[in-house]
Design a protein around this ligand. Structure first.
Ligand code: SF4
Ligand code: SF4
Length: 250
C-alpha cells in the first residue's frame, strides 16, 4: 500500500470527474436500502449492512468532505470494498427507484485508487504490463499467436476437409478476435470457431498482429490509457483489413 497519498490528491482526482449525474446521485440517495437485496455480496454475507450497495460509495463523500484520514487502514478498507464487495455488475441500479448506478461509482473509485494511490490487484497490474508490451494479457508474441492458429488447424485436418483460419484476409465481413486465454489455455475454442465459421460459409479473418486480444482488463481498475490503446489496436486492424464488423468472444 502506498503511503504517499493525501486526501487532497484523491479529491483532486474526483472533482473534475464528478459530473452532474454523479453529483445528483450522491445528493438524492435516500439511504432506503431498496438496493440491498439485489446485491449478491449482501446476500452472500448474511445481509451484512456494510455490503449494501449505497454504502460502497461512501469514500467519495468522505474524501470530498475532508472527513477521511488517509492512512494505510483506510486505503486497505477502500481496496477491499471496491474489489471484494462489488464486481460492478450494475444490478442494483435496475432496482434503485432513482436509477443510481453504484457500479459506475465503484468504477470511479477504483480509478482513483489506481491512478492516485497506485493500488489495484496484482493480477490486473500484471495484465496491464503484458498489454503494454505484447498487446495481449497473456504475453504472447505475434509468432506464438500465428503458430497456435496454424497447429490448431493442422490437428483438424483428418476430420474436416478444406478447413481454414484466414489470417489477415482483406475485405472479409468479420474480424474475429478472442480472449488471449484461448490460444494460451483453450486452443480448442479456436478450433470450434473455425469449424462453425467454415460450416456456415462465413467471410471472416483474424489479424496476425496486435489487436486480436479482445479482453480489456485495464478497464477494471480505471487505466483508461491502456484501455483505449487496446481498443484502438483492434480497430486499426479492422480498418487495415477493411472488415465490416468486429466480433469478440468476451
Ligand atoms: S442507491 Fe437507491 S435504492 Fe440504494 S439506498 Fe440509495 S436511493 Fe435507495
Ligand atoms: S454493482 Fe456492486 S453493489 Fe451493485 S449489485 Fe452489483 S456487486 Fe452489488
Amino acid at each position: 500500500m502506498s503511503k504517499q497519498v493525501d486526501t487532497k490528491a484523491l479529491a483532486d482526482f474526483l472533482k473534475p470527474r464528478l459530473n452532474a449525474r454523479f453529483k445528483t446521485w450522491l445528493k438524492i440517495c435516500a439511504n432506503c436500502a431498496l438496493c440491498a437485496d439485489t446485491c449478491h455480496f449482501y446476500l452472500a454475507h448474511e445481509r451484512n449492512p456494510e455490503m449494501i450497495p449505497a454504502y460502497k460509495v461512501r469514500f467519495i463523500s468522505e474524501i470530498l468532505k475532508g472527513k477521511a484520514e488517509i492512512n494505510e487502514a483506510y486505503l486497505r478498507k477502500m481496496y477491499e470494498t471496491l474489489y471484494y464487495e462489488c464486481n460492478m455488475c450494475r444490478r442494483c441500479a435496475l432496482f434503485c427507484p432513482f436509477g443510481i448506478d453504484i457500479g459506475i461509482m465503484v468504477a470511479l473509485q477504483r480509478a482513483m485508487l489506481h491512478n492516485v494511490a497506485d493500488i489495484r490487484p496484482a493480477g490486473l497490474l500484471s495484465a496491464i504490463e503484458s498489454y503494454k508490451q505484447f498487446g495481449n494479457q497473456m504475453s504472447l508474441t505475434s509468432e506464438d499467436w500465428v503458430d497456435t492458429l496454424e497447429w490448431t488447424l493442422e490437428e483438424l485436418e483428418d476430420y474436416y476437409q478444406n478447413l481454414e483460419i484466414p489470417i489477415d484476409k482483406k475485405d472479409a465481413d468479420i474480424l474475429y478476435t478472442v480472449n488471449a486465454r484461448e490460444p494460451k489455455f483453450y486452443p480448442q475454442d479456436l478450433q470450434e470457431a473455425a469449424i462453425i465459421f467454415n460450416a456456415v460459409g462465413e467471410s471472416w479473418t483474424v489479424p496476425s498482429v496486435e489487436g486480436w486480444d479482445d479482453t480489456n482488463l485495464a478497464m477494471f481498475c480505471g487505466d483508461l490509457g491502456t484501455s483505449k490503446m487496446l481498443v484502438e489496436k483492434t480497430f486499426r486492424q479492422a480498418e487495415q483489413l477493411n472488415t465490416k464488423k468486429v466480433a469478440i468472444t468476451e
